[in-house]
Design a protein around this ligand. Structure first.
Ligand code: SF4
Length: 169
């Protein structure tokens, strides 16, 4: 039978850290994502959550309610008709919250420089990370989540950011 023995030497082991680090560690490893598939990029986002890429490994679970989500993934073409709703959902998410803009359409309007398309999701809500591509592959979204985790671990735990006013054009 295997026997395990822990020797503490001159006393119990002590781990020193800060509250910020503990809070951010918890936050960065439990990023529940609000699904926001607006067009073809949404298919790649869905693939990220499926078995091959398995976002659950990162503690990132897709949710259908803004009240249960910390990160909004905007995947696809954002129309001006829809801008009001994206802002409303963003406002319903509790702080702290983050936004990933996935694909050229969400970043800049993409090829659709037309009267009906918002030329970048950051005209409506603040964006933390921009993913280039048409469409970015699930690996890119995975990498973005890992970058967001790094960013969160560097932030102060009581972060308070200025959210810009509504601007739909
Ligand atoms: S960036 Fe490309 S793939 Fe993504 S929504 Fe726009 S056209 Fe579709």
């Amino acid at each position: 039978m295997a026997q395990h023995q822990v020797k503490f030497g001159n006393g119990l082991p002590v781990a020193l850290t800060t509250v910020d680090k503990i809070v951010n560690w918890g936050r960065s490893n439990s990023l529940w994502a609000l699904t926001y598939g607006l067009a073809c990029c949404g298919i790649e986002m869905m693939a990220s959550g499926a078995s091959r890429y398995d976002f659950d490994r990162f503690g990132t679970i897709f949710r259908a309610s803004p009240r249960q989500a910390e990160v909004m993934v905007i995947a696809g073409t954002l129309t001006k008709k829809h801008a009001e709703f994206i802002r409303r959902l963003y406002d319903q998410m509790a702080e702290p919250k983050w936004v990933i803009s996935m694909g050229s359409c969400a970043n800049t309007g993409g090829m659709f420089n037309t009267y009906s398309i918002v030329q970048g999701a950051d005209r409506v809500i603040p964006v933390d990370l921009y993913l280039p591509g048409c469409a970015p592959r699930p690996e890119t979204l995975q990498y973005a989540v890992m970058m967001l985790q790094k960013k969160i671990r560097r932030e102060p735990a009581n972060r308070n950011r200025n959210i810009p006013q509504k601007r739909f054009i």
